[in-house]
Design a protein around this ligand. Structure first.
Ligand code: ADP
Ligand SMILES: Nc1ccn([C@@H]2O[C@H](COP(=O)(O)O)[C@@H](O)[C@H]2O)c(=O)n1
Length: 213
């Protein structure tokens, strides 16, 4: 019997459908079961930098993330302790002043472009997945989302994609696919893959629920 929370990594390129996959998995379970930790929320704090300087950060490089903080939070959650999860503001290009207190749950989904890039994170995962979506679909989805939700212009999304997102994806994100146990083509609409992951979670949950009731 094990009462250690199950940690599931959901990696993949920007716009691949990681958030959609995560939501599809969460919908299969009660709210109290799964805690989602977004690696994006752990971008290094840049509030000390002028806004113009924040625009120049490479947000697709592993060094953009405060993985030390992320890892310490996962360790705490695995230890059944709550954490103060940061909140990220894409429009301000930094963390917001807000934090959210989150309680440990039986399942932790760790979602982000580079969650399989840091061996320390990989070592904490019980199931590693990679959402694999073609680059043309990813850029179309990103364009639409970033303009609607992240306060970006068409030109800025295209410029960032060509100069940063695409080369960083090829250098850092795509190679991590090899570490995945499950590769999910097309993302959240892949019901077979979602079923497999949900079944695996159910098996883990049936092992021990006492600690969380
Ligand atoms: N299967 C799909 N069909 C159409 N649009 C999708 C699909 N999956 C995701 N999207 C949309 O594409 C955008 C990016 O998806 P998202 O899940 O946020 O990707 P990621 O978290 O990998 O960046 C979102 O606006 C989302 O609603
Ligand atoms: N201020 C920021 C921070 C991050 N990004 C981009 O977000 C992408 C990762 O988020 P997904 O939901 O798309 O996986 C990453 O590719 C960064 O380029 C940004 O544009 N601005």
């Amino acid at each position: 019997m094990s009462d250690k929370p199950v940690v599931i990594g959901v990696a993949g390129g920007s716009g691949s459908g990681k958030t959609s996959v995560t939501q599809s998995i969460c919908q299969r379970f009660q709210d109290k079961t799964i805690l989602v930790i977004e690696q994006d929320y752990y971008y290094k704090d840049q509030s000390h930098l002028p806004f113009e300087e924040r625009l120049n950060t490479n947000y697709d490089h592993p060094l953009a993330f405060d993985n030390d903080l992320l890892i310490s939070h996962i360790h705490k959650l695995l230890n059944h302790e709550p954490v103060q999860k940061p909140v990220y503001d894409y429009k301000l290009y930094t963390r917001s002043n807000e934090v959210i207190k989150v309680e440990p749950k039986q399942v932790i989904i760790l979602e982000g472009i580079l969650v399989l890039e840091d061996q320390r994170l990989v070592d904490l995962m019980d199931i590693k997945t990679f959402v694999d979506t073609d680059a043309d679909i990813r850029i179309i989805r990103r364009l639409s989302r970033d303009m609607k939700e992240r306060g970006r212009t068409l030109d800025s999304v295209i410029e960032q994609y060509e100069n940063i997102v695409r080369p960083m994806h090829l250098q850092f994100v795509e190679p991590t696919k090899r570490y995945a146990d499950i590769i999910i083509p097309e993302g959240g609409e892949n019901h077979v893959a979602i079923d497999i992951i949900a079944t695996k979670i159910e098996q883990s949950l049936s092992r021990d629920t006492e600690k969380y009731q």
